[in-house]
Design a protein around this ligand. Structure first.
Ligand SMILES: Nc1ncnc2c1ncn2[C@@H]1O[C@H](COP(=O)(O)OP(=O)(O)OP(=O)(O)O)[C@@H](O)[C@H]1O
Ligand SMILES: [Mg+2]
Length: 360
């Protein structure tokens, strides 16, 4: 790729390196935002564990080189999402103060909440809003903040892999914030007139985990993940039918309506959908005066036959697919319908990352 072109580039390619594959999205950011390119490549199972540990850096480097070898992307500057056990997010309350003061104070506050050595972490946060809390002597005005801490050595080794593929990671984002960013960009008009406490839930049904982000107006207020996920179906098929994991994955995708496979999928649908419901109930019970507005879903696992129907039974008025290209200008032609369908289901995190600007 042309080095000068990348130095002067105003865009970044959003790079979502997930457990089952890499999705890359580039958009042009002007008055309106248009899609420049989208591409995706699979990774062999086990390249990255669901906990975010990279087991095969060469597989990632090879896949990235392949993904960027064509002419689709105009820059090698990338914005990358990180996830897994090296990242911790926690809602906290701080005394009411200006945003610039939070930036200074948050390190001191973070220390008591984070099980890692704070010196070894990068800290990020999102301001949720002002609240009034009960204290012994009456009430106290506080500010609610979603704190995110990531181990610096994890960021270094992850971005190091990306650099070895010839790319230039200039933004590193928490995957859940990228998910929220894509949601906010596409649903701004719906979000502006919500009342305090009305919460949207975005669920990303991934291969290695199911991620839930709780979003109020334009702020992510809480994030959590469930270990039941897309690969869980394949693991259950593998156990029950005595096939290896890769064969079970193919069976899941090609024989889901067979008499042998369908009941296994339905069992796992019941398990996953009740895990989702449990997590939403816990959020509503623990996070103060909040109500559920809508549930938006995305991610490859959401294509599993019967899963969304089961969630629909639980939340008939509230569930709908998240469209990550709703507010993007996208050239539509017969030839790219399949690509757009793929992007709509799998590309939400990558869209959220692509919307970041250098310096974010
Ligand atoms: N038609 C389908 N039916 C059932 N499952 C599907 C279908 N298409 C994709 N999947 C599953 O979706 C998962 C991949 O989705 P996705 O690309 O969103 O995950 P990922 O981003 O790689 O994972 P993670 O977010 O956990 O890192 C795989 O488990 C795959 O088997
Ligand atoms: Mg994913």
């Amino acid at each position: 790729m042309d080095l000068l072109k990348s130095i002067f580039s105003k865009t970044v390619v959003g790079l979502d390196i997930g457990v089952s594959g890499i999705k890359a999205v580039e958009v042009s950011i002007g008055k309106k935002v248009s899609l420049i390119a989208y591409n995706r490549i699979s990774l062999p199972w086990g390249t990255i564990t669901p906990e975010g540990t990279v087991k095969n850096d060469l597989a990632i480097i090879g896949a990235l080189k392949k993904l960027f070898s064509g002419k689709s992307f105009s820059t090698s500057n990338v914005s990358v999402g990180i996830f897994g056990n090296s990242v911790l997010s926690k809602p906290i309350h701080m005394p009411k103060m200006a945003k610039k003061d939070i930036e200074e104070q948050i390190y001191w506050e973070a220390e008591q909440y984070i099980p890692f050595n704070i010196e070894e972490c990068s800290i990020d946060f999102a301001v949720v809003g002002n609240t009034v809390q009960k204290v012994v002597a009456g009430t106290e005005s506080t500010i609610e903040v979603l704190l995110v801490a990531v181990k610096k050595d994890y960021i270094q080794s992850f971005t190091g892999i990306i650099e070895r593929a010839g790319l230039n990671p200039i933004v590193v984002d928490y995957q859940a914030f990228a998910l929220g960013n894509a949601f906010e960009f596409n649903y701004t008009s719906e979000l502006s007139d919500l009342t305090a406490g009305e919460t949207n839930v975005v669920i990303d049904f991934g291969a290695g985990s199911t991620k839930l982000s709780f979003i109020e107006r334009e702020s992510t207020v809480f994030t959590t993940k469930i270990s039941s996920c897309g690969s869980g179906y394949s693991q259950l098929i593998s156990e029950r039918l005595g096939e290896n994991f890769d064969q079970a994955e193919v069976i899941k995708l090609t024989e889901s309506d067979s008499a042998l496979v369908s009941p296994i999928i339905q069992d796992y649908n019941a398990h996953l959908s009740s895990e989702v419901q449990k997590n939403i109930d816990v959020f509503l019970a623990q996070m103060g005066e909040r109500s559920l507005r809508k549930i938006f879903y995305c991610g490859g696992g959401s294509k599993t036959p019967g899963l969304i129907e089961m969630l629909h039974d639980k939340y008939p008025e509230q569930i709908e697919p998240l469209n990550p290209i709703k507010n993007l200008i996208v050239p539509r032609s017969k030839s790219n319908m399949k690509m757009l369908e793929d992007l709509s289901c799998l590309g939400t995190v990558a869209v959220g990352l692509a919307l970041r600007k250098p310096g974010d």
